[in-house]
Design a protein around this ligand. Structure first.
Ligand code: ARG
Length: 461
């Protein structure tokens, strides 16, 4: 392909080192699409005759079918990359005519084009998977609209919330992921073909027609930039990393919730494993692996950033490192999302245990402060009064809600028997009815709203 100015072939070890076919063969369908579009563009520019063009298109079709019937043709080829594989195959089929297709183009603009096509498709697959995960959260939320649980900050009991509110919180993160993926698709949606190796194509090809044929929204603006821009790949890796991070945080919750100390969930057998030694064990391996694999997704993002950071303008062979990072992060994250979806859908939330944990009187301390505020006490002062009450209760070794009213009144004369009405989980939940809050009515509305947003998103994918 490029050997005539060389007097010796590459060393065997170097050849193996530099070949990308073992992984970039995944771009084969996009290579064929780019080849077809390029053949038509060369025809329109008068470089190929109509007859030559249809012979090239027929040979590409023939190659597509042969590879489908016999994948080994592609998998065991010794070609350097997927681009040279197709060129070799065309020459075998068409002789000198096969050598005409590469007129005016370079593997640099080809690979940039095909990689963008891959990312656009990959984004769709990931977004669909994440949408299914959101649906699993909404279903679980719907099944638990009346179950309270202790809400925590710093892993310390804070205020009661609804389990459905908790589940919808995770769903929100994944909603943002889908929107982010759509923005990545937008970034990738520009066609570099026609940029040549770096300077642009010297034949009058219609770049807009090529872009349209390949399903791109627009063409790239600058040929030198287009052959080395991998922002879209980085943006996709970032989106994958953030989805993995959201999954990892969810995993951390579920690992804790499944522990006997919490006992908030029973993990589904189908997504758990046992111990080879301890017969009683049921381990949250699905979630641990999701949390663990997040490390390598982040690694792929950082790795590509490091690869790109010192590259001079134009194509450099370092850029070949982009594909394995993206392919493998994509495959991993799609699998992680699907496993999480199955595991969430099949998880049993232990309503009694959650209710019991939510009944911890400590979760109602804010209510007493709010009660005092309603009696005109400045919030800071109210906070301090209730803090002193909590300390007193701690010293006496009783829950603060069980201190006699006289004792409470010694801390503030504003405290009277009507405080008791506020000191229930239900009352605390119901008071938080601002949009975004955890009041049952509000959460029901939030759930309906989330369903509508999910339908809209799915239509946009
Ligand atoms: N295999 C190469 C890659 O993935 C294709 C472009 C090769 N270009 C070159 N000038 N050697 O980046």
């Amino acid at each position: 392909m490029w050997g005539s100015r060389f007097s010796a072939p590459p060393a065997e070890a170097f050849d193996a080192f530099q070949r990308s076919l073992p992984f970039d063969r995944r771009l084969f369908p996009y290579e064929l699409a780019a080849d077809r579009a390029w053949a038509r563009a060369l025809a329109a520019a008068g470089v190929l005759t109509a007859e030559e063009t249809s012979r090239i298109l027929a040979a590409l079709e023939d190659l597509a079918q042969q590879v489908q019937a016999q994948p080994a043709l592609l998998h065991s080829s010794t070609a350097e990359d997927v681009h040279s594989f197709v060129e070799q195959q065309l020459q075998e089929r068409l002789g000198p005519l096969g050598a005409k297709l590469h007129t005016g183009r370079s593997r640099n603009d080809l690979v940039a084009t095909e990689f963008r096509l891959f990312v656009k498709e990959a984004v769709r697959e990931t977004a669909h998977a994440v949408a299914a995960l959101i649906a699993a959260f909404l279903d679980q939320a719907e099944a638990h609209t009346d179950v309270p649980m202790p809400g925590s900050t710093h892993l310390q009991h804070a205020q009661p919330i609804l389990l459905a509110h908790y589940l919808l919180a995770h769903a929100e993160a994944f909603f943002r992921d889908v929107h982010r993926l759509l923005r990545v698709r937008e970034s990738a949606d520009a066609c570099p073909l026609g940029s040549g190796a770096l300077a642009g194509c010297a034949f009058p090809i219609d770049r807009i027609a090529i872009a349209r044929e390949l399903g791109f929204a627009r063409i790239t603006a600058n040929s030198l930039d287009a052959v080395s821009d991998r922002d879209f790949a980085l943006e996709y890796l970032f989106a994958l990393t953030l989805t993995a991070t959201h999954l990892s945080r969810l995993a951390e919750d579920l690992v804790l919730f499944a522990s006997p100390e919490f006992g908030f969930v029973v993990l589904p057998d189908a997504f758990s494993t046992g111990s080879s030694l301890m017969p009683q064990k049921k381990n949250p391996d699905a979630w641990e692996l999701i949390r663990g694999k997040t490390g390598r997704i982040l690694g792929a993002l950082v790795g590509l950033l490091v690869t790109l950071k010192a590259l001079p303008a134009g194509y450099q062979r370092d850029l070949q490192e982009d594909k394995e990072a993206v392919f493998s992060a994509h495959d991993q994250v799609v699998t992680m999302v699907r496993i999480a979806t199955g595991a969430i859908a099949a998880t049993t939330f232990v309503a009694d245990r959650l209710r019991q944990a939510a009944a911890d009187p400590a979760l109602l301390a804010t209510e007493a402060a709010d009660f005092l505020v309603a009696r005109g006490v400045p919030f800071r002062e109210a906070h301090e009064i209730v803090g002193r009450i909590c300390r007193e209760a701690e010293q006496r070794g009783v829950p603060w809600t069980q201190l006699p009213l006289e004792t409470l009144r010694a801390f503030s004369p504003h405290l009277d028997s009507s405080l008791r009405e506020m000191l229930t989980t239900e009352a605390a939940l119901a008071r938080r009815s601002v949009p975004g809050g955890t009041a049952p009515e509000t959460v029901r509305r939030a759930l309906a709203n989330a369903r509508a947003r999910l339908r809209e998103l799915e239509a946009a994918l």
